[in-house]
Design a protein around this ligand. Structure first.
Ligand code: TYM
Length: 330
């Protein structure tokens, strides 16, 4: 059977990259397969120094954001990762099947640790926890942005290892990447991806930004000296990023977008893109604001999600326990 799982870190408010690369797809996938699981991965959010009040707030905000974007708790399970302790238990077990060398190769660790003097162990073993998230629900399909591909390959490696040693247990998880999406780039430096951890001002658009902020940010977005609108990500990354965002927002191909934009210069085009973004994001922002003052509802969605995820996780963990030789004791 098809089982869909994905996760998002509750760090700050989400941006267009998260929305177009992941959540928009999640919304579409609801109702397609057996109830998909979407996890707010709070355990992943403590791999870098964090503030506990901030984290508490961010988890709630993420739940409100997912709901505002159209995740439907009738069709999906939304839950907070740390409420299902099997994630960490399975992560430990998988970590013991992995070499340090294999983990050291993963690019996110390199990027994130570059600026750190002291590197937390959690940051290093983060991808193992991510594999555990996926395996725990025997996920077959994992909708993610391109930046998560290596992590998915690690999960696949662990499935092959585990199945090879203990017999068929886990399906090989398949990354679902919206090919046309590529990755959404920073608006200040289109050679980098749009990222929550980017401190550069005006590098990203948050889903809940006011229209005026969106307008200013797009106005300042880095483009080049050609005024024509074309989609050439490698030679014209700035303009192409705007075309990509535009095309994803309207579910049209970049080619169609460019054709429609014929005759516009960059300034005019930016104004068009801005209108499209504002029109799409306004209802989401309004629903988000409503949910921010509906804590009973949002908290009950999270609680229900955990109650539904727990038995699925238990079932898998019992099987793993048995297979690796932990059985007995209870
Ligand atoms: P996170 O929280 O950084 O991002 C959530 C999702 O958004 C996608 N994304 C992007 N897509 C396109 N362009 C961008 N600029 C961009 N930035 C982010 C990410 O690819 C991701 O799909 N490790 C994961 C969370 C996680 C997870 C999991 C995902 C934990 N366990 C299990 C899948 C399965 C992360 O940090 O995503």
């Amino acid at each position: 059977t098809k089982r869909i799982f994905s996760g998002i870190q509750p760090t700050g408010s989400i941006h267009l990259g998260n929305y177009l690369g992941a959540i928009k797809e999640w919304v579409k996938l609801q109702g397609e397969a057996e109830c998909p699981l979407w996890s707010i991965v709070d355990l992943h959010a403590i791999t870098l120094p964090h503030d506990h009040e901030e984290l508490r707030k961010n988890i709630y905000q993420m739940a409100a954001t997912l709901l505002a974007c159209g995740i439907d708790p009738q069709k999906s399970i939304i839950f907070q990762q740390s409420t299902v302790s099997r994630h960490t238990e399975l992560a430990w077990t998988l970590g013991c099947m992995l070499t340090m060398k294999k983990l050291a190769l993963l690019p996110q660790f390199k990027e994130k640790s570059e600026t750190l003097k002291n590197i937390p162990v959690g940051l290093y073993i983060y991808p193992v926890l991510q594999s555990a998230d996926i395996l725990l629900y025997k996920a077959t399909d994992v909708p993610v942005g391109k930046d998560q591909l290596q992590h998915l390959h690690l999960a696949q490696h662990l499935v092959h290892f585990f199945n090879g040693k203990y017999g068929d247990t886990f399906p090989v998880p398949n990354p679902l990447i919206n090919e046309s999406s590529g990755s959404v780039k920073s608006l200040k430096d289109p050679s980098k991806k749009m990222s929550k951890s980017d401190n550069e001002k005006k590098s990203l658009i948050r889903l809940i930004d006011e229209p005026e902020i969106i307008r200013k940010t797009i106005k300042k977005a880095v483009t080049d000296f050609t005024s024509e609108i074309t989609y050439e990500p490698s030679s014209r990354p700035g303009v192409s990023n705007l075309v990509l965002i535009h095309s994803q927002m309207l579910d049209k191909s970049p080619e169609v977008i460019c054709k429609e934009a014929q005759g516009l210069n960059t300034v005019q085009y930016k104004s068009l893109v801005t209108d499209v973004i504002i029109e799409k994001l306004t209802p989401i922002r309004q629903e988000y604001i409503r949910l921010m003052s509906a804590p009973d509802y949002v908290n009950s969605v999270l609680k229900n999600g955990s109650l539904r995820a727990l038995p699925l996780a238990d079932k898998c963990w019992l099987e793993v326990r048995e297979k690796v030789g932990f059985s007995g004791g209870i």
